[in-house]
Design a protein around this ligand. Structure first.
Ligand SMILES: [Zn+2]
Length: 89
């Protein structure tokens, strides 16, 4: 006596082959969901210090990139902040 639930034989190997593409799709989605979140948070952690390196701690001012940062370092406002803080660079 054979159980004909899926319109075919109940051979486990044939059932696996029949549903293999779908299970691979779900498995890939599962792995992607697991892998994507750590990747994104790691990326966010990496990008945060990248912005932080253009932060002037003397003036407590955040610069957007190397050029604004260098311009700020040479600026009169920054030098006045250095003098006020007692740092002569
Ligand atoms: Zn400064």
């Amino acid at each position: 006596m054979t159980y004909n639930v899926f319109g075919g034989t109940l051979n486990p190997t044939l059932l696996l082959l029949k549903f293999f593409p779908l299970s691979v799709l779900w498995f890939a989605l599962f792995v992607w969901l697991l892998a994507y979140k750590p990747y994104k948070s790691a990326y966010d952690k990496d990008s945060a210090p990248a912005n932080k390196q253009y932060y002037c701690e003397v003036c407590e001012k955040q610069l957007n990139g190397p050029q604004p940062y260098n311009a700020h370092m040479k600026s009169k406002a920054h030098r006045e902040e250095l003098e006020a803080a007692g740092i002569y660079a």
